[in-house]
Design a protein around this ligand. Structure first.
Ligand SMILES: [Zn+2]
Length: 318
């Protein structure tokens, strides 16, 4: 086959081969949160691309306990990878899942009853300005919208094209609006510089507003036991894993203060897991049933001892 033929296959099947431009990565020697140069190696991890070719270092800051990825991609290059649906940042299956979620309306009633942010914000008649970073399938955003909130989203993925208030990057947000609720679930661990991102969000927050974050917990039971085999270690989708101390530093540096901090451990809802168990019982898939039940039991133990692997953080203006 000639060069042009090979090139064509590479473009068509772009994601069958991991194709990262290493010129857009830089070495990370200082902790991205507290700037300490004292760190230790947690281990190595391949990228989440199904045909991963690259190996990254996961380091732990000895001063604040933050875990970070070395080398790390530049933010503009990351945005390019997200907008091109690179499997190095999304992993396998995720884009389809989120696009389907966006197209198929979720069960809003269940969302209102179970989502931690909706439970806190949507039980009164108050309305305001809402901003969500990385709204994915936009379920929570749509819930706020249905209650009459003025909603904006920032989403580099292109499945939300057509909604004029879902913007592809932060700079396109209206400059004069301050937001009463800002949501960044599973977002901060994906960016090159979390301090910069949190500071930018803080500037967009109204005086009495609240910011909701979720991100991985580097002090969880799973992280301590599994090290780089921990399910949240997903370079170069995930680049950061927060400790109690690194959360406090990041909020303080961004002119925010902690309002509430908890953690949880269920990657999927209890309802989803129970449905999966039933489905596999029907298929007599013993191995999968065993692993689902084991995972559910581990999650319940983690939550009982407050060692879940995902933080839920609420912050307010300092
Ligand atoms: Zn640190």
């Amino acid at each position: 086959m000639d060069d042009s033929g090979q090139q064509k296959i590479l473009i068509v099947d772009k994601n069958l081969v991991e194709d990262l431009n290493l010129d857009h990565f830089f070495a990370v020697d200082l902790c991205p949160i507290c700037c300490s140069e004292l760190n230790e190696l947690v281990g190595n991890s391949r990228t989440i691309h199904p045909k991963s070719k690259y190996d990254f270092l996961i380091k732990k800051c000895l001063k604040c306990g933050h875990w970070f990825t070395d080398p790390t991609p530049e933010q503009n290059y990351l945005l390019k990878l997200y907008s091109e649906y690179s499997l190095s940042v999304y992993g396998e299956g995720w884009v389809n899942q989120i696009t389907n979620n966006y197209l198929n309306h979720p069960n809003y009633q269940e969302l209102f009853a179970n989502n931690w942010i909706l439970k806190k914000e949507c039980n009164t008649s108050k309305k305001g300005n809402y901003l969500e970073i990385g709204p994915g399938g936009c379920q929570i955003l749509k819930c706020f919208e249905s209650l009459g909130w003025n909603c904006y989203g920032v989403e580099p993925g292109r499945w939300v094209n057509g909604n004029q208030k879902i913007l592809q990057n932060f700079s396109k947000l209206p400059t004069k609006i301050l937001f009463d609720v800002i949501v960044a679930e599973d977002v901060i661990e994906h960016v090159t510089n979390p301090l910069k991102m949190i500071s930018e969000l803080s500037k967009k927050l109204s005086t009495n507003g609240r910011i909701y974050f979720t991100f991985p917990n580097s002090e969880s039971l799973r992280s301590k036991l599994m090290k780089t085999s921990w399910r949240m270690v997903r370079p170069i989708g995930h680049l950061h894993y927060f400790s109690s101390k690194s959360i406090n530093i990041a909020l303080y540096e961004s002119n925010l203060k902690l309002y509430n901090k908890s953690n949880y451990d269920l990657l999927y809802s209890r309802k989803y897991l129970i449905n999966e168990i039933k489905l596999n019982l029907f298929k007599l898939n013993v191995k999968i049933i065993f692993s689902l039940i084991a995972n559910l039991v581990i999650s319940l133990i983690c939550m009982l001892f407050n060692l879940g692997d995902q933080w839920r953080i609420t912050a307010v203006k300092r």
